[in-house]
Design a protein around this ligand. Structure first.
Ligand code: ATP
Ligand code: MG
Length: 140
C-alpha cells in the first residue's frame, strides 16, 4: 500500500456543532495523520472554484451557500491509501445511506449538510491541497 495524501474539509454544519475534535479523533483512530490544518471562512469564489465540477447540477447554488455559511477546517491527511481510506471513513454522501461508524452516519444532518469532504482521486487530491495549502504548511 502506498502512502498518499488527501484533502479534507470539516464543513460548516460540523464546525457549528463543535465537532472538529470528535472528527479529528475518528480520523486519527483510523490511522490517518493530520499533516496540515487550518480554520478558514471560504469565500464564494473559493467555494465555486472548489466545487466547479458540480456547476451545472441543480444543487450547486445551495452547495456554495452551505459551504460559505460558516467556518470550515481544511486539512491534509496522510497515510496508507489515504484517498480511499478517508472516503470509506466518511461514508456515503447521503447520511441515510452511510454505513455504521462512518463520520457521516455519526454526525451528518442531511445530504447537503454532510459534515465532511474528502478528495475522490489522486489528481483531485493534488489540486484541492494546492488550492488551500502551500508546501511549507504541510509537515508530514
Ligand atoms: P464531497 O465532494 O463534499 O466530499 P461527495 O464526493 O460524497 O462529497 P459529490 O457528488 O461530490 O459527493 O457532491 C458534493 C457535495 O454536494 C456533497 O457532499 C453534498 O453536500 C452536495 N450534494 C450532492 N448531491 C446533492 C443533492 N442531491 N442535494 C443537495 N446537495 C447535494
Ligand atoms: Mg465529491
Amino acid at each position: 500500500m502506498a502512502i498518499e495524501r488527501t484533502f479534507s474539509i470539516i464543513k460548516p454544519d460540523a464546525t457549528a456543532r463543535d465537532l472538529t475534535g470528535a472528527i479529528n479523533a475518528t480520523i486519527e483512530t483510523a490511522g490517518l495523520r493530520i499533516v496540515a490544518q487550518k480554520r478558514v471562512r471560504m469565500t464564494r469564489e473559493q467555494a465555486e472554484t472548489f466545487y466547479a465540477v458540480h456547476r451545472q447540477r441543480p444543487f450547486f447554488g445551495e452547495l456554495v451557500a452551505t459551504m460559505t455559511s460558516g467556518p470550515v477546517v481544511v486539512q491534509v491527511l496522510e497515510g496508507n491509501n489515504a484517498i480511499a481510506a478517508y472516503r470509506d471513513l466518511m461514508g456515503a454522501t447521503d447520511p441515510a445511506k452511510a454505513a455504521p461508524g462512518t463520520i457521516r452516519k455519526l454526525y451528518a444532518k442531511s445530504i447537503g449538510e454532510n459534515s465532511v469532504h474528502g478528495s475522490d482521486a489522486a489528481d483531485t487530491a493534488v489540486q484541492e491541497i494546492a488550492q488551500f495549502f502551500s508546501g511549507n504548511e504541510i509537515v508530514g
